[in-house]
Write a protein that binds this ligand. Structure first.
Ligand SMILES: NC(=O)C1=CN([C@@H]2O[C@H](COP(=O)(O)OP(=O)(O)OC[C@H]3O[C@@H](n4cnc5c(N)ncnc54)[C@H](OP(=O)(O)O)[C@@H]3O)[C@@H](O)[C@H]2O)C=CC1
Ligand SMILES: O=C1CO[C@H](CO)[C@@H](O)[C@@H]1O
Length: 488
């Protein structure tokens, strides 16, 4: 399965024969073909927070009907319904539902839009495709590597539009830079760098307890195997527990991972090796995922993706949610949509003016509806291949961290051999943690092993492969099993 590209031509190459023929005729796997003048009937799934933006984005469109609002919490549903009329100008006659499976059985529904916790994203996407529904799915599209691969297979088999909630894919300024990096107008990228460094707080400790009666706990858990309910899971803080979230790297970081990977050579899918070092410093809490991380991934052509997570607000804390591009000639490009370049030998940045690139116009919500109406999955700004590739590099780096060992806080905690770039970028973070964070040898880094990854089979190979391959696929609860690629 090769899923490295974004253009229509590449999308067709990457899709199976079945998917491609569906795509060319604009025919859906089941249900009606949507005409250009038809209204798209949608269900919004998971509405506590981000789902409200979905209601707002799609609900304001004259050619969209919000038919269902779905949430696992009766209180959240009731509260949301009272504001839907306001948000949509009173134009919608939504039903409410707690179980997505009932919505999927409704043949009048054209598309679903998913803003649930991460552990549900792939299964809902797969179920949606199997029922012939187009899918807008929040980032990260997958909670583990294997289920993302099945979501790709489902798209190929059923031919539906799948668009990832990575809004930067709708930014023609970013697309313009990446086109120039890939068509030779600029030197090639040596290192695509991402930062997800925004201040957060520890979450304390919450004891196991009985789920509140308004919450359908079995539906909230869905595929995720979770020992016991505790109030730190619902809502939002599930991000910081491995069975439900993916830490900051594949939370906020999915946006920057996706931008970084998008800048690399277009035929690339996944890295061939990766490692991570970091920790959950300063907070005494029950969260499992790191609040500080340096991650590095190498692609088969020698291009690198590097990443920093910093959530712990120490002295001189600098918020950075952005990307940087280190080019082969020594230039550095910074910005997001509008750019500056520092050329080799210069210490000054100068503006970098480039033509805007190709995206489906109108922003993320409109692009999805345009793709649905055209019956053309390649029009999605952030299609299923882009989604899978962005998520997998994050999963591979996270898996290294999860297999890591605790080592005293020291600049020698990790060795990068002759990779001077990696050593320099890690040391930059290390010095900041020492000087501004006040960390000493009493603290520990978690140092993950270098993991080797086969982009074709999407499995780990070589040293540590046995432990790492256990993390490729989450266990699932009965009735909520992610199907295999063969049985999707
Ligand atoms: N693209 C972007 O810029 C952003 C994307 N996101 C993404 O959106 C997703 C949601 O994040 P956020 O809103 O902050 O998280 P919350 O935990 O606040 O909300 C998740 C919602 O999903 C509901 N839910 C859980 N299980 C189900 C189910 N089986 N069926 C229906 N609803 C369900 C939850 O129910 P309950 O009410 O019981 O908790 C809750 O209402 C995340 O994956 C996140 O990564 C978030 C912010 C911005
Ligand atoms: O994508 C996202 C953007 O920022 C939010 C708030 O920090 C994240 O939680 C979210 O998941």
């Amino acid at each position: 399965m090769s899923t490295g590209s974004t253009t229509r031509r590449h999308f067709l190459q990457a899709s199976s024969a079945v998917g491609a023929s569906l795509l060319l005729t604009g025919t859906r796997a089941s249900g009606r073909v949507i005409g250009a003048n038809d209204r798209v009937r949608m269900a919004i799934i998971g509405v506590n927070s981000r789902g409200k933006a979905h209601i707002d984005g799609f609900g304001r469109m004259k050619d969209v009907d919000l038919a269902y609002i779905v949430d696992a919490d009766e209180n959240v549903l009731a509260k949301t319904m009272s504001s839907v009329d306001k948000a949509t100008g009173g134009n919608h006659n939504c039903k409410t539902e707690t179980d997505i499976r009932k919505v999927l059985e409704d043949p009048s529904i054209d598309a679903i839009s998913i803003a649930t916790p991460n552990h549900w994203h792939s299964l809902m996407t797969i179920w949606g495709a199997q029922h012939g529904k187009h899918v807008y799915v929040e980032k990260p599209m997958s909670h583990d590597i294997a289920e993302g691969r099945v979501a790709v297979a489902a798209q190929e088999k059923y031919g539906v539009v799948i668009q990832h909630g990575t809004q930067r894919r709708s930014d023609a300024g970013i697309a313009g830079l990446h086109e120039a990096l890939q068509d030779g107008r600029l030197p090639k990228v040596k290192i695509a760098y991402g930062y997800a460094c925004k201040p957060r707080r520890g979450i304390g400790f919450k004891q196991p307890s009985t789920p509140p009666s308004n919450l359908h706990w079995d539906l909230w858990k869905g595929p995720a195997v979770i020992d016991e309910y505790h109030a730190n899971l619902v809502p939002y803080n599930w991000h910081w527990f491995w069975p439900t979230g993916n830490g900051e790297l594949n939370n906020q970081g999915t946006h920057q991972l996706d931008v970084a990977r998008w800048a690399l050579d277009p035929e690339l899918t996944h890295p061939v090796r990766a490692m991570a070092i970091g920790g959950r410093f300063a907070w005494d809490d029950q969260g499992e995922t790191p609040n500080t991380m340096y991650g590095i991934a190498e692609y088969p052509n020698g291009q690198y993706l590097m990443f920093n997570v910093r959530n712990w607000e120490h002295k001189n804390y600098k918020m950075e949610v952005t990307n940087e591009y280190y080019l082969e000639d020594g230039s550095l490009i910074v910005g997001e949509g509008r750019y500056k370049i520092r050329r080799p030998g210069s210490s000054e940045f100068e503006p970098l003016d480039l033509p805007r690139g190709k995206v489906t116009p109108g922003g993320n919500w409109r692009a999805f509806i345009s793709a649905v109406k055209a019956g053309d999955p390649s029009m999605a700004n952030g299609n299923v291949h882009d989604a899978h590739n962005a998520c997998v590099v994050g999963h591979v780096i996270n898996n290294s961290y999860r297999l890591g060992e605790e080592v005293p806080f020291d600049e020698k905690a990790v060795k990068f051999g002759d990779n001077a770039d990696a050593a320099e970028h890690f040391l930059r973070l290390h010095e900041m943690l020492k000087k501004d964070g006040g960390l000493t040898h009493d603290a520990n880094y978690t140092v993950g092993p270098w993991l080797q990854f086969d982009p074709e089979t999407e499995r780990f190979v070589g040293d540590h492969a046995d432990e790492a391959n256990v993390l490729v696929k989450d266990r699932n609860n009965t009735g909520f099993e992610v199907p295999s690629v063969e049985n999707v």
